[in-house]
Design a protein around this ligand. Structure first.
Ligand code: APR
Length: 320
């Protein structure tokens, strides 16, 4: 059987890390695409030159033309500009919307059967735009946010409790922004929900609230430290987990930005919810029960996503 083909649109910080991880995991052959000449070619060659050391078989190449992504099984999109200190994800909207128009057209022409994972921010609006501009079915276009936000939440909790990250399982719903909803009630250590751990004296409600806030601000914390760009290792690892779930038909249950058509009483909007990812892309959207407080937080998050999408529609009325 021929190897899978993984196309990475954008060969910047996240794109390069994606290529390296996809190689190390032998997910398939890798094409890096960028508008800057030399960058995708240079990163592809550098990573290919590491393959004998790490012993992985993958062909890597860099291209500046969309024809190079022809027939890709998975396309991961990071093209666009990242945040600088003082910028919110939403400040990127106008610039990155234009990029999504180009990327969507390239995917529609050369990789219409791919499973497409969008990482470009502001995520919930950009993945919405990418689905419209590419015209691919909604089950084949998803946004990476919840896996990253949950991973940050899990990391902070594992540190707080001094336990293995392997035993922490967390859940973040909603948009990828300040209004995201880390779901304390559905997050556990070895199956024990966080509210029970508070009762057991492992932490306090106040500490937990601080960790929830740190999760919401997780991206900004990294931007503040790096100063010249935004996070890339954890975002890349998160998207690779989603790509692997698709390529290996794993049926993983992962929080992703998926198009809602009636679920959670939302229509034609991408919002972070738990989904099953397998060979058919998003195979199921999982609707969990929320209490009134959780529902109110989710509603607020949905409203902020809706605001971003309306801003996109004003800039590009053809996107419907
Ligand atoms: N088509 C293709 N690539 C483009 C385009 C375009 N129209 N415009 C810019 N790019 C490329 C840039 O040349 C650059 O190599 O996208 C790449 C982006 O890489 P970085 O600037 O290093 O940004 P990165 O940290 O990888 O983040 C990319 O993901 O998390 C989000 O907020 C982040 O939107 C940002 C995106």
């Amino acid at each position: 059987m021929a190897r899978n083909k993984i196309a990475l649109i954008g060969a910047g910080q996240i794109g390069g890390t994606l290529a390296h991880l996809a190689g190390l995991k032998e997910l398939g052959d890798i094409i890096l695409f960028d508008i800057v000449e030399g960058t995708p070619q240079g990163k592809a060659l550098d990573i290919a030159e590491s393959s004998p050391v790490d012993g992985f078989d993958a062909k890597l190449s860099g291209v500046n033309s969309y024809a190079g992504i022809e027939g890709a099984d998975v396309v991961i999109v990071t093209a666009g500009v990242p945040r600088k200190p003082g910028m919110s994800r939403d400040d990127l909207l106008g610039t990155n919307l234009k990029v999504m128009e180009q990327v969507g057209a390239g995917i529609a022409k050369y990789a219409p059967n791919a499973f497409v994972i969008c990482i470009t921010n502001p995520l919930d609006a950009m993945v919405w735009a990418l689905q419209k501009t590419s015209g691919l079915p909604a089950n084949k276009v998803v946004g990476m946010a919840g896996v990253l936000d949950s991973s940050r939440f899990s990391h902070f909790l594992a540190e707080e409790f001094n336990v293995s990250i392997k035993d922490v399982s967390t859940f973040v719903l909603g948009g990828h922004g300040d209004t995201m909803v880390p779901l304390v009630r559905y997050s556990t250590v070895a199956g024990i929900p966080l509210p029970d751990l508070v009762k057991m004296g492992w932490t306090t409600k106040d500490r937990l609230d601080q960790i929830v806030q740190r999760t919401r601000d997780g991206g900004a914390e990294i931007v503040g430290l790096l100063k010249t760009g935004s996070a890339f290792y954890a975002p890349a690892a998160s998207a690779i987990q989603m790509a692997e779930a698709y390529l290996k038909d794993q049926k993983r249950v992962l929080p992703c930005a998926a198009q809602l058509n009636g679920e959670y009483s939302v229509d034609n909007l991408y919002v972070g919810v738990p989904v099953v990812i397998g060979a058919n892309g998003v195979e199921r959207i999982v609707e969990i029960e929320l209490d009134s407080g959780e529902q109110a937080m989710l509603d607020k998050s949905i409203e902020s996503v809706r605001g971003l999408v309306e801003a996109c529609q004003k800039l590009a009325p053809n996107l419907g």
